[in-house]
Write a protein that binds this ligand. Sequence first.
Ligand SMILES: NC(=O)c1ccc[n+]([C@@H]2O[C@H](COP(=O)([O-])OP(=O)(O)OC[C@H]3O[C@@H](n4cnc5c(N)ncnc54)[C@H](O)[C@@H]3O)[C@@H](O)[C@H]2O)c1
Ligand SMILES: N[C@H](CO)Cc1c[nH]c[nH+]1
Ligand SMILES: [Zn+2]
Length: 430
Amino acid sequence: MNTYEWNALDGRGRREALARPEQRGDARLTAAVEEVVAAVRERGWDGLSAVAQQIDGWEPCPVEVAPVAAVARRTLAPEQLAAIELAVRNIRTFHEASRPPDIAVETAPGLLVRKVWRPIDRVGLYVPGGATPLFSTLLMLAIPARTAGVGEIVTVTPPRSDGSLSPLVALAAELCGIEAIWTVGGAQAVAALAFGAGPIPKVDKICGPGNAWVAEAKRLVASMAGGPAIDMPAGPSELMVIADADADAARVAADLLSQAEHDAAAQVLLVTPSEALAGRVLAEVDERLPRLPRAAIARASLEQGRVVLTADLAEAVEVANVYAPEHLSLAVADAEAFVPLVRNAGAVFAGGAAAETFGDYLGGSSHVLPTDGAARAWSGVGVYTFLKAMSVLSVSPEAARRISAPAALLARLEALEAHALAADARLERV
Ligand SMILES: NC(=O)c1ccc[n+]([C@@H]2O[C@H](COP(=O)([O-])OP(=O)(O)OC[C@H]3O[C@@H](n4cnc5c(N)ncnc54)[C@H](O)[C@@H]3O)[C@@H](O)[C@H]2O)c1
Ligand SMILES: N[C@H](CO)Cc1c[nH]c[nH+]1
Ligand SMILES: [Zn+2]
């Protein structure tokens, strides 16, 4: 992890200090994704099947969830099953409470404006599974989608190396009422959901995170004519920890490593006014790293890691607002006092006890969150991700008489005579 002193950097130095890993914006990756998407869009199932076999070794297959989930139920220890059920309960509780209410406002007597929410008809869920099947991500997507009342959910995940579906992903699906999953991943799965391929139907919106190929494919298909909506840019994981001089270095190091182990293109950053704390954290990271099963991935990620030294904690929060991390941990005394200062982050973990891992699994809010600075303008997945709002206008005859004249005046100020006449028509027969 390179160390930077924020106040010694000019504008360019600061941009470099907070630059995302290069793999994410790699032009070769973009070109490869374009090729995959074109193959699926132009050749449908044949294109999809060919690309999937070439990249992952298997033809996409619709797998019935129940028999595979039964394997998980047979092999999991009771406490493992109970942990999954606890996660489901917490996630469901949070999302049920966050369903946005319809509202009705009488903006003037007899002039009623409602905002009503409707679920999206058909949604595609991408469950990552290249390095390891992220069954927790299925929960984080499917529970809010079900809570919103989505009509049809099409789920995809990469095949395991033997072509099969992970029993844990199947179990998570079963707990969310999903009956089948397509074993196809990467950019080709995103393209299939975007434009349809054989029996895989085109969806209205693609949700879910993934590696750089998946994130780039989502960005690309959403920009194409007739392409779907997407939840957000959600690529390789990011964690920024803001720590004060008294933070627990072992915990901070553990948190940084927890996200570094996701992907060589994941990025972790420590921002602190205390050089001594930074030194202790780096020593802890060095000590713990070799013992991790995924040390090679974490080590590659840490090469893109950063330590940023600031004048004080308020400046550290400003650095976070510039970087807009997916996850922001506030490992500081009185973390709550700093929460109001945070403007740009996908999720905030307030205080040393709030391990980022808790949010990944069972805090309750979705761990599907914006990366690459998208937290400046996007939110993480929630029930609202799977809904859209319509307005409904109702007008009493008396209100129509009152508002016709001003409406017609406004229309004529815009030189739109037909609009004005439509307003005038409400004056005539009420
Ligand atoms: N932002 C979030 O909310 C969030 C949440 C969970 C996970 N994640 C991220 O999801 C990612 C999961 O990554 P993963 O790789 O394990 O699974 P993945 O499912 O995202 O990607 C695996 C697929 O990528 C494709 N692929 C891999 N290498 C390729 C290559 N060289 N050329 C073409 N295609 C290739 C393959 O089709 C493979 O099946 C990690 O980066 C993790 O940090 C992000
Ligand atoms: N930290 C990831 C989001 O960036 C989510 C996850 C899934 N499993 C473990 N972690
Ligand atoms: Zn994680």
